[in-house]
Ligand binder design. Structure first.
Ligand code: UGY
Ligand code: MN
Length: 252
């Protein structure tokens, strides 16, 4: 669907934003070369994390940790939406493809090299908040296809894949939610956790505060803490989205 000249589906509100692909603008990010990088969400929007979309050219690369020019307190969780590359996280090294994900702890060296043309990686970055007496998480490389989807609050038509270990050491989560057509979030959630979200497939309607938005693959959503949120999958194919949330650190 083409967007009429001078129009966009993007909306930026105080406690939520919908960023549609028609309004993307590239940024230069230290450590990333040979790629188009869109900073979709970051603290400039009011968020406490960043969400980047990196589309690689052949010969491009992304580096984090030592030598990257990036922050030593920032952790990165990434997901390969399409394509493939060589992925290194600390002592782990793997050739990965669509559906691969990784977690690089704060200060850990990581890299994406030798990408296939058009490889698209979404990265979530957050300052790590250590927990007294709990060791920081270690690096991970995984494959979403090997993570079973669990019925969400008992609904087999709405399945949640929790990609990172659900343990107190982690202060962020990266999940994939897949809905059969007509399936919904069971109620309007309002919670302290923030979300950054990428629609991976399908379409539906997202309620954010008191606005309802038609959304489709490629759309990105920021939900601030306490942004009322609800989703219904519509159309003839399942809808799925990748999303971030901050976890396990809500108390002062
Ligand atoms: O994990 C969550 O809070 C999830 N149920 N939220 C969402 O999909 N908007
Ligand atoms: Mn939620």
């Amino acid at each position: 669907m083409s967007i009429p000249y001078g129009q966009t589906r993007t909306r930026v509100a105080a406690r939520h934003a919908l960023i549609a692909p028609d309004s993307h603008v590239k940024s230069v990010v230290p450590g990333i070369t040979g790629a188009a990088t869109i900073i979709l969400i970051n603290p400039a929007l009011g968020a406490r994390f960043a969400q980047l979309l990196v589309t690689f050219e052949v010969g491009g690369s992304a580096l984090g940790g030592a030598g990257s020019g990036g922050s030593s307190v920032t952790q990165t969780a990434g997901y390969f939406e399409t394509g493939g590359a060589t992925l290194v996280v600390g002592g782990l090294k793997q050739k990965v493809a669509t559906g691969a994900f990784f977690y690089a702890p704060a200060g850990e060296t990581w890299s994406i090299t030798a990408p296939k043309k058009g490889t698209r990686v979404t990265m979530f970055q957050k300052k790590f908040e250590p927990l007294c007496g709990v060791a920081a998480p270690k690096g991970i490389i995984g494959d979403a296809a090997k993570v079973p989807g669990q019925p969400f609050l008992g609904d087999p038509a709405a399945r949640l894949q929790v990609l990172l270990p659900d343990v107190p050491a982690f202060d962020l989560a990266m999940n994939i939610f897949t809905y059969q057509p007509g399936a919904t979030l069971p109620f309007v959630e309002t919670h302290v956790m923030e979300h950054g979200l990428l629609m991976l497939a399908g379409q539906g309607v997202y309620r954010l505060e008191d606005s309802w938005y038609p959304v489709a693959a490629g759309d990105v959503i920021w939900m601030a803490s306490y942004c009322p949120q609800w989703f219904v999958a519509m159309g003839k194919a399942p809808a799925s989205y990748l999303y971030y949330k901050d976890v396990n650190r809500a108390a002062m």
